[in-house]
Design a binder for this molecule. Structure first.
Ligand SMILES: Cc1ncc(COP(=O)(O)O)c(C=O)c1O
Length: 488
């Protein structure tokens, strides 16, 4: 084994008290500022170790608030993977997915672009000195005052899908560079978007014509196949449709040079459709419809892909109730005659809003090692608010737990913190950021425009995988009957 679990606990228990250690663990200058700090992981330590250490730190206290560990190195890793698998496509991270400044700053350092949905997101990205060419205001229906804000702050690229939007742009930002969003087939996506956005091919012709009359520049086409795409072929069809609209644009005399293939990419490994499988469809479709010598610049707006797997949430059991079912026979100690309800300190009004808005199914992971003969109970898990809707897991099977025990939820970085409220006065969980040394070093190199070779890239991935595996942490997945977290 790489190191012993006791060592980890010992080292990280000193995290708060030892100034030397704190200094040693804390992030490098760039990242150790007022906005956030991150723990700098030495070789052999993983985000999981930090999570366990945080839990150990409060084991004798009543103060057991829910918290996240966010591995920024995972974001770096995703960026390397993106560059390797979709080399022709420049990622413009969709800030809406997780607007945590730590994430945005990490991606800005790596040189990514940004898809902003609003003035506030533009403000945030620009506060990190992201150049305007790396921002697309990708909301087809914008408030006029926010269009004007983009104009005065130099943001040129923005999407649209209607005549009314064209007229607003003509008023508020006549020099904008518009990208026509077309509707894609999102019937196989978990979160559908074409119900709300995207022009049909027929309407596209009218919009190009109207834009010409208004003297507005159109530079390209965008689409979004829906978040949590389950059929890679939808990208191929959308790329073919985009080619059709490009040709129309050229007919109307526009210099069409930007194709934006949107989001929809998976963010964790437990999805049926893998990122590489999607890329295997996108790359040949691009080569067919937008060959390199066409000079067309291709961008995408990935959200989930970058952040889902980087956040792990730990919640604590604050209350418990055992409900005996009607047919309960007190003489028999049968697991079926009772349901155990656990109440934890984050719920659907907080981080688990992904259950309501993102169609997520989450799976708790238990820290306690399960004995092979341990009895399992029918279980439901609830959030802390007084609302009956605040249910995290409807039904699963688990060993008995106590108030004060922890549950861990992995892959919690996408569409969680960004939409969490403080309903009923429950505060959002604190986030502890970590990054491994190899990832930090890679990030510095990428910042300088030095992209690692595929061999180095793979070596870094292997190292990270072995760190996690060797951490010695015994996490057990409870046998939930639900279909599993849909980490789309
Ligand atoms: C316009 C736009 N771009 C990008 C995204 C990000 O999508 P995903 O998280 O599936 O990559 C969304 C998500 O709603 C979106 O609406």
């Amino acid at each position: 084994m790489f190191f012993k679990k006791e060592q980890v606990t010992k080292v990280y228990n000193g995290y708060a008290e030892s100034p030397d250690l704190a200094l040693y663990l804390r992030g490098m200058n760039d990242f150790s500022n007022n906005e956030f700090d991150f723990a700098f992981l030495e070789e052999g330590f993983s985000a999981r170790d930090i999570l366990e250490s945080k839990i150990n730190e409060v084991s004798h206290s009543d103060d057991k608030d829910a918290f996240y560990v966010a591995d920024l190195g995972d974001v770096v890793k995703k960026h390397m993977r993106w560059q390797r698998v979709l080399p022709r496509v420049a990622p413009f991270y969709a800030v809406k997915c997780n607007d945590d400044k730590a994430v945005v700053k990490t991606l800005a350092t790596l040189g990514a672009g940004f898809d902003c949905a609003s003035k506030t997101e533009i403000q945030m990205v620009q506060s990190l000195d992201v150049p305007v060419e790396k921002i697309i205001y990708a909301n087809p229906c914008k408030q006029l005052s926010q269009i004007k804000y983009a104009a005065t702050h130099g943001v040129q690229m923005m999407t649209f899908d209607s005549e009314v939007e064209l007229m607003k742009v003509a008023r508020g930002h006549p020099s904008a560079k518009l990208v026509l969003r077309i509707a894609a087939d999102d019937s196989k996506a978990i979160c559908r978007l074409s119900v709300k956005f995207g022009a049909t091919l027929k309407t596209s012709r009218l919009l190009l014509e109207r834009a010409k009359e208004l003297g507005i520049d159109i530079i390209g086409v965008s689409f979004h196949v829906g978040s949590g795409c389950t059929d890679a072929q939808t990208y191929a069809q959308a790329i073919a449709d985009a080619r059709f609209v490009f040709d129309l644009g050229v007919e109307y005399g526009y210099n069409m040079y930007l194709l934006d293939i949107g989001g929809g990419f998976p963010g964790s490994e437990d999805t049926k459709l893998k990122f590489e499988e999607i890329a295997a469809v996108i790359n040949p479709a691009l080569d067919k419809y937008f060959p390199i010598d066409s000079g067309v610049q291709v961008i995408a707006e990935p959200g989930r892909f970058y952040v889902a797997s980087s956040y792990t949430l730990a919640v604590n059991i604050i209350a418990k109730k055992v409900v005996l079912t009607e047919q309960s026979n007190s003489d028999e100690d049968d697991e079926c005659d009772r349901t155990v309800m656990y109440y934890v300190n984050d719920g659907v009004y907080g981080s688990f809003n992904c259950i309501l808005y993102d169609h997520a199914h989450v799976i708790p992971v238990l820290l306690k090692k399960q004995k092979s003969d341990e009895k399992l109970y029918l279980t439901s898990i609830w959030g802390p608010t007084c609302d009956g809707l605040d249910r995290i897991v409807e039904r699963c099977s688990m060993p008995e737990l106590q108030v004060g025990d922890w549950m861990v939820f992995e892959n919690m970085g996408a569409y969680t913190v960004a939409a969490a409220s403080t309903f009923n006065g429950f505060q959002r969980p604190q986030i502890f950021y970590v990054m491994s040394r190899p990832m930090w070093q890679l990030m510095q190199r990428m910042k300088e425009g030095d992209f690692p070779s595929q061999v180095e890239d793979r070596a870094a991935n292997t190292l990270l995988a072995s760190c996690a595996w060797e951490s010695g942490m015994e996490l057990l997945c409870s046998s939930c009957s639900s279909t599993g977290r849909v980490n789309v």
